[in-house]
Design a protein. Structure first.
Ligand SMILES: [Zn+2]
Length: 212
């Protein structure tokens, strides 16, 4: 009999990274948050695009350049459409582009809060092993042990003990994997056969969250 419940957790961070930019109004470096809005300027066949940020203290605007004097024909129809319609999922990709942000700011604040969407991929009610596949759509600073502790209701010290005894396996495994930030494609297998405490895993895992 199959005793594995295979699930996928999709992690959606709530807050986009905030670069620290010199604010001419506040007179120092301040974290700027994305307004979620694109500003465009067309000049003949050339296009400039910015993502508008606001100072978290005084709301002063900072226009983050996405591209400058870009030939329109060099852009894919999908990108053009996204720019013209202020497409939120395209904008979200820009907001979480840490490499691009690091070229603009030395310091970037990241946030650990995330919504977890759960799906059952395969398994039965009588499972004793939980196989979790992580889908991390955007970079998020959530630690793996915090995520598991929150979502499974198992203390972090207990998770460490399970990991040490081999009953909690992480693939790919690295030193201190539990303390590191979660990565896309990570799989976690937890053997809960010997756990006497009935962890509130079943229901929370079996019912996909409907956040929308
Ligand atoms: Zn300011």
């Amino acid at each position: 009999m199959c005793t594995i419940l295979k699930v996928r957790w999709t992690i959606n961070p709530r807050t986009a990274p905030q670069p620290w930019i010199a604010c001419s109004c506040c007179g120092g470096l301040k974290p700027f948050r994305s307004s979620g809005k694109i500003r465009l300027n067309a000049n003949g066949k050339k296009l400039d695009a910015w993502l508008v940020y606001k100072c978290s203290t005084c709301d002063k605007t900072w226009n983050r350049t996405l591209f400058e004097r870009q030939n329109v024909r060099g852009l894919s129809p999908a990108t053009l459409e996204a720019l013209q319609t202020n497409d939120l999922s395209w904008i979200r990709t820009q907001e979480f582009d840490l490499d691009a942000l690091r070229r603009k700011a030395q310091r970037i604040d990241e946030f650990a809060e995330a919504d977890v969407q759960k799906e059952v991929l395969d398994g039965t009610d009588s499972w004793t092993r939980l196989d979790i596949e992580l889908a991390v759509t955007f970079p998020v600073s959530t630690r793996l042990d915090r995520l598991l502790a929150t979502e499974l209701g198992i203390a972090r010290s207990r998770l460490q003990a399970l990991h040490k005894s081999g009953k909690l396996q992480i693939h790919p495994d690295r030193a201190d994997a539990l303390r590191r930030r979660i990565k896309d494609g990570t799989s976690i297998v937890i053997d809960l056969t010997d756990e006497t405490k009935p962890y509130p895993v079943q229901m929370s895992v079996a019912s996909p969250q409907d956040d929308e």
